[in-house]
Design a protein around this ligand. Structure first.
Ligand code: SF4
Length: 541
């Protein structure tokens, strides 16, 4: 018999954390008895999310291990802090800090003081951080709520799209209002056409099965320097208005805004916009607070958390088609798309104006402060790299992140479309690609729920093979084993998450085979940046 969903579960857990700072054994028992479910089920649910503290702590440091921070040395900082942190300080690997930060960065949480950002951390900065934690004086680190997204830049200097131009004043197009909602509800095709694809995962009214709930995700699928979170903070009114249009088009009865549980300010700005814009438009709305780092495919993870379901159960229910399959309880919309929708429906032809497909992308790496770019349709990776000529040294490889991810080289940039890409990370000539592949394997370990055997084992197995290559402990045949593992494991998994995280590792192996070979044969680092003595640890969850 299947366990019924428990949509109240996350709210009850977060209420306990708010009241006590963590959710321990006693709190788990209390929640279980209130919901009349076994306490093991509550405990299992909480344990899926590192963000939710399960014991009292003096401070928690979440080190960002997103691709930009990993390239800048985040894993070494994590190791260092793990060895040196004062007692009572918990150190965690975070899949990505949402707010804009210079890599590598860490979020410092202390009970009663909220979260602060330590960014651009060098080798000596961990000493200062440990001293600040020991002395209890964190005033040198900026409160996280004060970190704003940067100004949006256009790639080729073209005029910004109207939604970007509207950020400063917080305005909406004249056409926005109850009449537009009604029109969209009667003729949803225009909106449906724009939101189908990766932007909304779910069933639609025109396919006969409207989702009861449309979930607008303010964090989005790519969490490090999140463009969706930037859009939510830059223009919350537009995110709310666009979500309402999408809900009307899908035929959803309710609109729910998913907000990170550690970002109360984001909920405040969205709630204020929702109470202003959604009264009288006939769409109910609510807010759902939850973790950002959900180790599962994007839409499946959000569906599982909001319904209080174990991730593995949601993955086995929805499978490779995501929440489109079966009988979806909700559709998931990315806030970055919601932000643009009100203008995309303007009567004048957005296509003729040439900005209908403009969207945001984050650009980071090469130790630079990340940038927020508005790219036009047709702008490819080559255009972005061309625009960077002469700044910041040689670009050796490029990581393209989003729901899926890949690694490419500047030589192949002309072939790369940026259609589903939310994050670009540039890697310079000093990046050892086998070592970077190891980071990606650790990243994959933490990105999977462990609900299927390939997802539970393949990332750790890949990490071990890469470590053997780095240490010159194995011959070139290990590269073949690694290639076979990375090619085959994803297809055997319950959901697409595993292959989404293994593919960029395979790209590293295929695109930089000479570097892997040099390490495997004689422990030589072509990039000249590492010794063969790679870490013997695994960072899996
Ligand atoms: S691939 Fe398997 S382990 Fe990974 S998220 Fe999906 S179900 Fe979980």
């Amino acid at each position: 018999m299947q366990a019924p969903p428990q949509p109240e579960l996350m709210r009850l857990i977060l209420d306990k954390i708010k009241a006590k700072g963590y959710v321990g054994e006693k709190e788990v028992e209390g929640i279980a008895s209130r919901l009349r479910i076994p306490s093991s089920r509550v405990f299992g649910f909480i344990s899926q999310f590192d963000e939710l503290p399960q014991r009292p702590y003096r401070a928690r440091i979440r080190v960002c291990t997103g691709p930009a921070c990993a390239d800048a040395g985040a894993w070494a900082i994590l190791e260092d802090l793990n060895k040196r942190a004062p007692s009572g300080v918990e150190i965690l690997a975070d899949p990505g800090i949402l707010r804009w930060h210079s890599p590598p960065a860490a979020c410092i949480e202390t009970p009663g003081d909220g979260a602060r950002l330590a960014e651009g951390l060098g080798p000596d900065d961990t000493t200062a951080l440990v001293a600040a934690l020991t002395n209890g004086d964190l005033s040198a680190y900026k409160p996280m709520k004060d970190i704003s997204p940067p100004r949006v830049e256009a790639v080729d200097g073209r005029e910004p799209a109207p939604w970007t131009a509207a950020v400063e004043e917080g305005t909406l197009p004249d056409s926005w209002g109850p009449d537009l909602i009604r029109r969209v509800s009667e003729q949803p095709e225009g909106v449906i056409r724009r939101i189908v694809g990766n932007a909304v995962q779910g069933e639609y009214r025109d396919r006969g099965r409207p989702p009861p709930v449309l979930l607008c995700d303010s964090a989005g699928p790519g969490v490090e320097n999140s463009v969706s979170f930037a859009a939510s903070l830059l223009h919350p009114r537009a995110v709310v208005a666009g979500s309402a249009l999408a809900a009307a088009a899908c035929g959803a009865r309710k609109l729910v805004f998913y907000v990170p549980c550690s970002e109360a300010e984001a909920e405040e700005v969205l709630a204020s916009a929702a109470s202003e814009l959604l009264s009288g438009v006939g769409i109910k709305h609510a807010f759902f607070r939850g973790p950002v780092g959900i180790p599962c495919a994007w839409d499946i993870g959000r569906a599982a958390v909001t319904s209080g379901m174990m991730l593995w159960r949601a993955a086995s229910l929805y499978g490779w088609k995501g929440t489109r399959d079966g009988d979806p309880s909700l559709a998931v919309l990315d806030a970055e798309l919601a932000w643009r929708l009100p203008w995309m429906l303007e009567k004048r032809s957005a296509k003729e104006e040439g900005w209908e497909g403009n969207r945001l992308i984050s650009l980071a790496g090469m130790d630079a402060k990340p940038r927020l770019l508005e790219i036009q349709p047709g702008v490819g990776l080559q255009d972005i790299l061309d625009g960077m000529q002469g700044s910041g040294g040689e670009i050796k490889a490029v990581y393209l992140g989003g729901i899926t991810a890949s690694v490419t080289t500047p030589l192949l940039a002309g072939r790369e479309s940026l259609e589903d890409v939310g994050e670009i990370v540039l890697l310079d000539g000093l990046t050892c690609m086998p070592r970077w592949a190891l980071y990606l394997a650790w990243f994959a370990e933490r990105a999977c729920c462990g609900g299927c055997v390939p997802g539970r084992t393949a990332p750790a197995a890949a990490a071990r093979l890469i470590q053997r290559i780095l240490r010159a402990e194995a011959g070139e045949e290990t590269m073949e084993d690694l290639g076979a593992l990375l090619t085959d494991a994803g297809g055997l998994a319950l959901c697409p998450r595993l292959s989404q995280r293994l593919n960029p590792i395979l790209d590293c192996l295929r695109g930089f085979g000479d570097e892997f070979r040099a390490h495997a044969r004689e422990g030589a680092c072509v990039a000249g940046s590492c010794s063969p003595a790679a870490e013997a640890v695994t960072h899996g969850g």
